[in-house]
Design a protein around this ligand. Structure first.
Ligand code: NAP
Ligand code: COA
Length: 258
């Protein structure tokens, strides 16, 4: 039997994309799942999709900028399923824009969703975690460590997400709570890629990647399962790149035939 059978998982930002795939992966492994996002319609559809797949799942509409709303969401998740074994914080917003077109409010909006949102989700979850044993996972991005044009807002926000991950790992490790992050590379069929990558440049983008291809949502879900498994019981404060080598830089030189 899967070690996740009967475990309780909460995924924030899970009405679509990578985070919804993570919710499905835990559900398929036997976990009970709560998914959360802003849109009541979208999150209810996501929860219904999980239930159709045989998962004991509920959807909660809440904005990760609303701390009181998150406190109520975690209380509801605990009431329905019990204390939480896994919390994934992946809500994010992004767009390509040069700094001179990013207003103070636009910058604040992305920082509020990605960075404050991650802190809010983890902070509000603490009293509802299985202790010792809980696994917290932030979904960060390469923007956290690589400065990128047209991404000042996301780079600043995700850099903060990495530090929240490491600081909470330091503080909460003694309580038996592990805190890690996954840094996905370009993941096919996602809103993030629709917004950030020009489809006409797909082959050029892939050529710069050491592994020469986009990742899948399943690649990120597998990493989330690993980080929450017994195999990772001594892993905390880690930023796990699941990125085809993006973090290494430009791999387009044909080194093997040189
Ligand atoms: P996505 O499908 O747009 O997922 C974002 C999710 O966050 C949606 O479910 C959205 O649902 C929710 N959300 C947005 N703002 C929210 C808020 N204020 N409060 C609560 N929920 C909110 O995007 P994705 O491409 O799969 O990205 C998922 C994560 O992976 C993000 O953290 C992103 O930075 C990271 N990532 C993605 C890639 C990639 O290649 N796609 C690469 C690196 C990192 P609602 O609209 O219903 O709120
Ligand atoms: N370029 C520059 N500024 C932009 C922008 C863009 N493409 N899109 C939005 N903004 C600005 C708005 O103009 C506004 O600033 P202003 O008040 O100075 O005009 C500010 O950002 C907030 O916009 P608003 O639409 O009110 O924010 P929101 O909270 O409703 O939505 C976003 C947040 C903007 C991040 C929205 O794109 C979103 O909801 N994204 C979620 C999905 C997503 O991005 N998925 C990919 C994850 S990697």
């Amino acid at each position: 039997m899967s070690e996740f059978a009967g475990r309780n998982v909460f995924v924030a930002g899970a009405s679509s994309g990578i985070n919804l795939a993570i919710a499905h992966a835990f559900g398929a492994a036997g976990a009970r799942v709560t998914v959360l996002s802003r849109s009541a319609d979208k999150i209810e559809a996501a929860a219904a999709g999980l239930r159709d797949a045989g998962v004991d799942a509920q959807g909660i509409a809440c904005d990760v900028r609303d701390y009181a709303g998150l406190e109520a969401a975690f209380a509801a998740a605990r009431e329905r399923h019990g204390a939480l074994d896994v919390v994934v914080s992946g809500a994010a917003g992004n767009f390509l824009a040069p700094a001179l077109k990013v207003s103070a409010n636009a910058f604040k909006t992305v920082v509020d969703i990605d960075l404050l949102g991650t802190y809010n989700v983890f902070r509000a979850s603490f009293d509802h975690l299985v202790k010792p044993g809980a696994s917290l996972i932030a979904i960060t991005a390469g923007q956290a460590v690589h400065p990128m044009s047209f991404q000042v807002h996301a780079c600043a926000a995700k850099a903060g997400v990495n530090m929240v991950t490491k600081c909470l790992a330091l503080e909460w490790g003694p309580a038996g709570v592990r805190v890690n992050a996954i840094s996905p590379g370009p993941i096919a069929d996602t809103e993030g890629m629709k917004r950030l990558a020009d489809p006409e440049r797909e082959s050029a983008i892939k050529r710069r990647l050491a592994l020469r291809d986009y990742g899948t949502k399943g690649d990120i879900a597998e990493a989330a399962l690993y980080l929450s498994s017994g195999a990772a019981k001594y892993v905390t404060g880690t930023i796990l790149n699941v990125d085809g080598g993006s973090d290494l830089g430009d791999a387009s030189a044909d080194a093997l035939s040189a």
